[in-house]
Write a new protein. Structure first.
Length: 133
């Protein structure tokens, strides 16, 4: 199988990053690592993002629907970031030592934005072909 569309590759990379995010420690509080997988609701939110990204790869025949699913993922990223920050700051009474997992969330967000830009470019290209008919 060959991935011919750049946005499909972006969505796959973002989905893999979200999978890693679910099982990497986010921070170290009082010598105990805080991981996404320790909180079932937070884990479900991030697993839903990864699943929606994977599903959106196969929606290439309907660009409007694919674009809508990717926009929903972007909103869920924001909810995940805010929820994670509130979770960490409510747990911590002492200094927090951050690990790399929040960077995975941010990188996946940026890559998903790039995928959305490529989807919009494809949609614009297809509409220009329709005008030529």
């Amino acid at each position: 199988m060959v991935i011919q569309r750049l946005q499909s590759l972006y969505l796959l990379i973002a989905s893999i990053m979200m999978g890693f995010f679910c099982f990497r420690p986010m921070a170290l509080i009082s010598e105990a690592p805080v991981c996404v997988c320790d909180y079932p609701v937070y884990l479900t939110l991030n697993a839903l993002i990864a699943l929606l990204l994977l599903i959106s790869i196969f929606m290439f025949k309907n660009l409007a629907r694919q674009q809508m699913v990717v926009k929903i993922c972007l909103l869920l990223y924001l909810a995940s970031g805010v929820s994670g920050a509130l979770l960490i700051y409510n747990l911590a009474d002492v200094a927090i030592e951050w690990f790399g997992a929040p960077l995975l969330l941010g990188a996946a967000f940026v890559i998903t934005l790039a995928a959305l830009a490529r989807i919009k470019a494809d949609d614009k290209l297809l509409k220009s072909y329709d005008r030529l008919r």
